[in-house]
Design a protein around this ligand. Structure first.
Ligand SMILES: [Zn+2]
Length: 740
C-alpha cells in the first residue's frame, strides 16, 4: 500500500478516484507544523533557525499511523511554495528527510506535481516524481519569517503609541497606505465647474429651437429624448478653433449659443472606420479576482473560496498562478469546442500570444482554465458561487482562442465658423469573442449622412458638470494597483485585503474601501517613522527577493539577516523618538468637558475619534467627535425639526428604540446595545423632505418609485429592485458648502 498526502479532504476524494485501491489518499488539513503562537519563534542567534512546533497533532498522528503500514510516501500537495513547505514538514515528521531535504528513511519519498486533478494529469505526474524542491520551501519559509518579524516587532509599538491590540503586517500595511493616501487625495480635491454644449438636431426643419442651461443629467435621459422624437441626433461641441473646448461658466456657453443657434448646420465630414477589440488572456489569480469583484460583486476572498472548491473537485486548473500560458492540448480542445459550437469564423486564425505581466511568473505553469472545455456548468450541474466562478473561467478561456470583435465607428461633424460639433455612433458588426465573454460596448446608432446634408437644431443645451475626485479603491482596483506595483503574489492578494478589513483599518462600503480613523492613524505612524518598511519600491523588492530564493538565486537566511538587523535597530530608535502623546492625542478641541468644564482633546478609541476630558482618567467626561454628547443626540432625535425630516427610529425586538449616534460618516441609528449588537441603520428621509431636497421622485416604467441610495460618487436614484435591476439615475447636486 502507498500513502498519498494532500492538503484537503475534498482534494483527497477526487484523487482517490483516479488512483485505485493500492493507494490511500489522506489530507493533512493544511500545515501540520508552524511557528509557535506564543513567541516570535525565530532563534536569531542561531542563524535565524525557525522554532517550529506541531500545530495539528491529530492529522499528524493519523498520517504516522498509516505510514507504518505503507511502502512509500507520495506527496501530492499543491504546486506552489506553500504546498511544497507543507509536504516538506510532513516528510520531516515522518522521518523520511532531514531539514536540508536529505533522505534518511528506509522507505522512498516521491513528490508529484500536477496542474489539474484529472486522470491523465495524475497518471503523467506519477510517471515522473521528483524530490522536494528546497528552493520553493525556503521561499515560503522566508516569507513566513519576514512577516513574523515585522508583525512581532511593530505591533507592540502600535500598542504603546496608539492603542492596545493593534497589529501591523508587512504587505498589509502597504495596501493600507494606498487606501489612506487615496482618501487624502480625495479630501484635498477641489471640485471644479465646467460646461459642455449639446445640440439635438433633426433632418426636418423646426419652427423654434429650445435653448436651456442645466446640470448634467443621466445618459438615460438623453437616450429617452432621442427615442421619443425618433429622429434626433445628438451632437456635442468638440472643438473651438481646432482645440478642445474649455468652458468654465454659463456665460461663456451663452456666447457660443448666440453664434451657432441661427447658423446653417450642415454635415461637414463623415468618417467611418472599423476597429478591433481583442479578447483578453485567460485568467490568472489577480484577473480572476478582479472580474469576480467587478462582474459578480464578490469579494476576492469569496472568489478564491469557490475557485479552490472547483480545483479540488478536478474541474479547473490550479487557481494560484501568475502565468497566462495555456497548454497546447488545452488550446486545441478549446479551439475544437469553438469550431463545433460557433463555426470556424469565430475561431482565432492565428495562435495567440498572451504575455504574463510578472516576468518570473512561475508559481504554476498555466493559466486558470477548465480541465474539460466540453463540460459547461450546466452539464456539471454546478450551482451557487461555484457555478458563477466556473462560468467566468470557462467563458474567458474559450474567448481567448476566439476572433476579435469588430466595431464600426461613425462620426459626423458640423462646422460653424470656428466651432466643431461632433456626433459619434458605434455598432458591433461582428461579435467575435463577445459571443462568449460579453463586455460592455455601448452601442449608439446614428444615421450615415452625406456631406452637406442640412440639419436643424431642435434644442441646444448648455450642461454644467463638476470634476470628480479620484475614485476610492475597490477590491478589484486595489488588486490591480498592487500587481502594477509588484507587491503581492497570487497567494496573497485575497488575504491582504481581508486582513485590513478584519483589523478594522478599512471598511468596505458599497464595494469601495474607506480607511477608518484607526487605519489612518496607524498608517500615519508607519509612514512617519517607518517609511522604508511601508515603501512601495522596497516591498516590491522584497517580493522579487522571495522570487529569487524560489529560483535558487538568493540565500534565504542572508535575506532575513540583511533585513532583520537594520530593522531591529530602527524599531528601538523610533520607539524612543515617537512622543507618547503624538498618536493618542490627535489634537485639541474647543469644546468644554460636559462634566467638569475643562478643555477637551481628540482621542482615538476603538470606534474612531472622540473627545475626552484633559483630566482623564480623573474625569471621565467625553463627547462625540462633533461635540455632541449622548444626551444631545437623544434630544436631537426627538426635536420637531428632526422628526419632520426623518422617519421614526427603528425598534429592537424587545420594543426599545434605536439610538441616534454620530460616526465618521454622519448620523445613524444604532441598536440600543450597540456596539455589542452590531446593528446600525441609515436615517431614512421622509417623503416630503426627500421631494424638497431632490425634487420629484422618479418612477420606473411600471410606476414604482425609485429609491435614494448612496454610492461611489454620492447619492443616486436606484430601481426598487436594485442591485438585481441595474437601473439607476444619477443625481448631480452642486457641491454644498461644508455645514460647520
Ligand atoms: Zn472633565
Amino acid at each position: 500500500m502507498n500513502l498519498v498526502v494532500v492538503e484537503s479532504p475534498s482534494k483527497a476524494k477526487t484523487i482517490n478516484k483516479y488512483l485505485g485501491k493500492n493507494y490511500v489518499v489522506r489530507a493533512s488539513k493544511g500545515h501540520v507544523v508552524d511557528l509557535p503562537k506564543s513567541k516570535i519563534g525565530i532563534d536569531v542567534e542561531n542563524n535565524f533557525e525557525p522554532q517550529y512546533e506541531v500545530t495539528n497533532q491529530k492529522s499528524l498522528s493519523e498520517l504516522k499511523k498509516l505510514f507504518k503500514t505503507s511502502d512509500e510516501l507520495i506527496l501530492a500537495v499543491d504546486l506552489d511554495r506553500e504546498g511544497e513547505a507543507i509536504g516538506w514538514h510532513i516528510a520531516q515528521e515522518l522521518k523520511l528527510i532531514d531539514k536540508n531535504g536529505k533522505s534518511k528513511g528506509k522507505k522512498p519519498l516521491k513528490r508529484i506535481v500536477f496542474n489539474e486533478i484529472s486522470k491523465s494529469a495524475i497518471d503523467e505526474a506519477m510517471k515522473s516524481p521528483r524530490s522536494i524542491d528546497l528552493n520553493l520551501v525556503n521561499a515560503q519559509q522566508a516569507r513566513r519569517l519576514l512577516d513574523r518579524i515585522v508583525g512581532y516587532k511593530l505591533s507592540p509599538l502600535l500598542w504603546k503609541k496608539i492603542s492596545f491590540g493593534l497589529s501591523a503586517g508587512r504587505v498589509q500595511s502597504v495596501a493600507l497606505r494606498l487606501i489612506v493616501e487615496r482618501e487624502e487625495e480625495r479630501n484635498k480635491f477641489i471640485s471644479e465647474e465646467y460646461w459642455s454644449l449639446e445640440a439635438f438636431v433633426s433632418l426636418k426643419e423646426t419652427s423654434n429651437i429650445s435653448i436651456s442651461y442645466h446640470l448634467s443629467k443621466s445618459e438615460k435621459e438623453d437616450i429617452e429624448k432621442i427615442e421619443k422624437s425618433d429622429s434626433l441626433i445628438k451632437f456635442e461641441l468638440s472643438k473651438i478653433a481646432g482645440k478642445k473646448p474649455d468652458l468654465k461658466n454659463q456665460s461663456e456657453v451663452e456666447k457660443i449659443v448666440d453664434n451657432v443657434k441661427n447658423a446653417e448646420w450642415k454635415i461637414y465630414s463623415l468618417d467611418k472606420s472599423i476597429s478591433k477589440r481583442n479578447p483578453k488572456s485567460p485568467f490568472i489569480t489577480s484577473t480572476l479576482q478582479q472580474a469576480a469583484v467587478n462582474r459578480l460583486s464578490f469579494t476576492a476572498k469569496r472568489a478564491m473560496r469557490a475557485a479552490q472548491k472547483l480545483y479540488e473537485a478536478g474541474l479547473i486548473t490550479y487557481m494560484r498562478t501568475d502565468s497566462v500560458h495555456m497548454s497546447d492540448s488545452a488550446t486545441i480542445s478549446a479551439k475544437k469546442y469553438v469550431e463545433k459550437e460557433f463555426g470556424s469564423k469565430y475561431l482565432s486564425d492565428k495562435s495567440l500570444q498572451y504575455k504574463s505581466s510578472n516576468k518570473s511568473a512561475q508559481e504554476a505553469h498555466e493559466c486558470i482554465r477548465p480541465v474539460d472545455f466540453a463540460k459547461t456548468s450546466s452539464i456539471l450541474k454546478l450551482d451557487g458561487d461555484e457555478k458563477r466562478i466556473y462560468d467566468l473561467i470557462w467563458q474567458r478561456a474559450i474567448a481567448s482562442v476566439m476572433q476579435p470583435a469588430q466595431v464600426e465607428n461613425i462620426s459626423l461633424t458640423v462646422l460653424i465658423d470656428k466651432y466643431e460639433f461632433k456626433s459619434t455612433g458605434t455598432r458591433v458588426v461582428f461579435d467575435g469573442y463577445l459571443k462568449v465573454f460579453p463586455e460592455k460596448i455601448s452601442e449608439n446608432m446614428i444615421p450615415e449622412l452625406e456631406k452637406e446634408t442640412l440639419l436643424f437644431p431642435n434644442s441646444i443645451e448648455g450642461v454644467q458638470h463638476f470634476t470628480q475626485p479620484p475614485a476610492r479603491y475597490s477590491e478589484a482596483s486595489l488588486i490591480k494597483k498592487l500587481e502594477e506595483l509588484g507587491i503581492g503574489r497570487p497567494s496573497t492578494y485575497a488575504s491582504i485585503i481581508s486582513v485590513i478589513q478584519d483589523r478594522k483599518y478599512v471598511v468596505n462600503e458599497n464595494r469601495y474601501l474607506i480607511p477608518t480613523d484607526t487605519g489612518s492613524v496607524v498608517n500615519k505612524m508607519l509612514v512617519k517613522y517607518f517609511e522604508p518598511v511601508v515603501n512601495y519600491g522596497f516591498t516590491a523588492e522584497m517580493e522579487e527577493n522571495l522570487d529569487k530564493i524560489s529560483e535558487g538565486k538568493l540565500d534565504w537566511k542572508k535575506m532575513l539577516k540583511d533585513f532583520y538587523f537594520p530593522f531591529e535597530k530602527e524599531v528601538i530608535k523610533q520607539d524612543k523618538l515617537i512622543p507618547r502623546s503624538e498618536f493618542t492625542e490627535l489634537g485639541k478641541s474647543d469644546k468644554k468637558c460636559p462634566v467638569c468644564g475643562k478643555a477637551m482633546i481628540i482621542k482615538l478609541g476603538r470606534y474612531g475619534k472622540f473627545l475626552s476630558c484633559v483630566d482623564y482618567p480623573k474625569c471621565k467626561g467625553m463627547l462625540s467627535i462633533d461635540g455632541k454628547s449622548e444626551s444631545d443626540l437623544a434630544a436631537e432625535a426627538k426635536s420637531p425639526e428632526f422628526m419632520a425630516k426623518y422617519e421614526l427610529s427603528p425598534k429592537a425586538e424587545d420594543g426599545r428604540e434605536y439610538l441616534l449616534k454620530k460616526g465618521k460618516y454622519g448620523e445613524f441609528w444604532a441598536h440600543p446595545d450597540y456596539p455589542k449588537v452590531k446593528d446600525a441603520r441609515p436615517l431614512v428621509l421622509r417623503r416630503e423632505a426627500l421631494i424638497e431636497i431632490y425634487g420629484e421622485i422618479p418612477k420606473t416604467k411600471d410606476g414604482k418609485e425609485y429609491v435614494l441610495r448612496k454610492g461611489k460618487y454620492g447619492e443616486f436614484w436606484a430601481h426598487p429592485n436594485y442591485p438585481e435591476e441595474k437601473d439607476i439615475i444619477r443625481i448631480k447636486k452642486k457641491p454644498q458648502p461644508e455645514s460647520n
